[in-house]
Design a binder for this molecule. Structure first.
Ligand SMILES: Cc1cc2nc3c(=O)[nH]c(=O)nc-3n(C[C@H](O)[C@H](O)[C@H](O)COP(=O)(O)OP(=O)(O)OC[C@H]3O[C@@H](n4cnc5c(N)ncnc54)[C@H](O)[C@@H]3O)c2cc1C
Length: 324
């Protein structure tokens, strides 16, 4: 194994933070194992991202600026990444576990005839193998998986690693790739969910509402708390099923898996299916009127009380701290 290659995902004209977390981890592993660190970015403005990518330690950055990469296109990405993998000959291809990556990982593994381990919370190199830990059974258990072969494809949950700047002078290399013109599927439109202004997978902070949030007044408190913290809003299935929040905001086993720096669960009991989606958050704060609610078992900080009474002074205190 000579190098590790990280795929840099772009969304809304910006690099996804989770890709840079993975690149930070790859640089660390490369330093420990005497390997070079590579990255690939597929976007019409790929060149505009290379300075930021090299800040996180990439020695070589492969780019392709074809217009087809303006929006997500499975076939084109798989074809271009296959070419990149063959050009680079990297032993590991690492990805942030984004929705787009979930769409292409299996096909890419099949094209490259490689082993794949998806949605891991950590990974390392042991000899010629990649050792990874995957949360399984709704994150109640952790499975240690060892994958051999070359390359090994790894996708990593967002928030699993810190962003670590290690500036380098990267060489830029254009990947020879011309897409076929007859794609079987093309992305026509992305419909964003109502109120989903902050991508929960990228959010630094999330305020999540559960069934304890019973009415418009409660939802207004959630929005205000999220606004003062510049946080994304999430919800338990109880509230997405009730139609109070868009299904895309559901967090849990059958919703999104998130790992922000701060997760505030408001009026959420902490059912295993919900915890599966947020247990990896760095700091968990739970607000619940029931002192025996299971959410307190995973919380770092707990506030026992009626959210309608607790949230107004809580929000006021945060506003005051932010003003000073
Ligand atoms: C196959 C399967 C998949 C599932 N997937 C998911 C999933 O992805 N995500 C998910 O969230 N759920 C999922 N569920 C549902 C899950 O089991 C729970 O039913 C759900 O998470 C409960 O939501 P909740 O905590 O909001 O509601 P509840 O369990 O009803 O809890 C409400 C909490 O609010 C508190 N409360 C009430 N009033 C107040 C107040 N005024 N102030 C403070 N606290 C108050 C209560 O004490 C209680 O703890 C799934 C279930 C199944 C079977």
């Amino acid at each position: 194994m000579n190098s590790i290659l990280t795929y840099i995902a772009i969304a809304d004209g910006k690099i996804k933070r989770s890709s840079l977390e993975v690149l930070s981890r790859c640089k660390e592993l490369a330093n420990e194992n005497g390997l070079t660190t590579e990255a690939v970015v597929l976007h019409p403005n790929a060149e505009s991202f290379t300075d930021q990518i090299s800040t996180y330690g990439a020695d070589t950055i492969y780019i392709n600026t074809h217009e087809v990469f303006t929006s997500h296109n499975n076939e084109a990405i798989v074809e271009a990444l296959t070419t990149t993998a063959e050009t680079s000959n990297a032993g590991i291809l690492a990805f942030a576990s984004t929705e787009g990556v979930k769409d292409v990982l299996g096909a890419l593994a099949s094209k490259l005839n490689s082993g794949v381990v998806s949605d891991v919370s950590s990974f390392s190199i042991e000899g010629d193998a990649v050792k990874a830990t995957r949360p399984v059974m709704a994150a109640k258990m952790m499975a240690d998986v060892t994958v051999t072969g070359s390359p090994v494809l790894v996708s990593v949950r967002s928030g699993s690693y810190e962003l670590t700047e290690r500036a380098s002078t990267a060489s830029i290399s254009e990947i020879e790739y011309s897409p076929s013109t007859d794609f079987k599927a093309v992305l026509k439109e992305i419909l964003s969910a109502q109120g989903d202004t902050i991508d929960l997978n990228e959010a630094e902070a999330i305020v999540a509402a559960g069934r304890g949030v019973k009415d418009e007044e409660g939802r207004a408190l959630i929005s205000e708390l999220a606004s003062v913290l510049n946080a994304g809003i999430g919800a338990s299935r109880a509230l997405t099923e009730a139609g109070d929040y868009d299904p895309s905001l559901q967090i849990g086993q059958t919703g999104k898996v998130v790992s922000p720096q701060l997760y505030i669960a408001v009026g959420i009991s902490g059912a295993i299916q919900h915890v599966a989606g947020m247990a990896n958050s760095k700091v968990i704060v739970a607000i619940n009127k029931d002192p025996d609610a299971p959410i307190f078992e995973v919380a770092d900080y707990g506030l026992v009380g009626d959210l309608y009474k607790v949230l107004p002074p809580f929000i006021a205190a945060i506003k005051e701290i932010k003003q000073n």
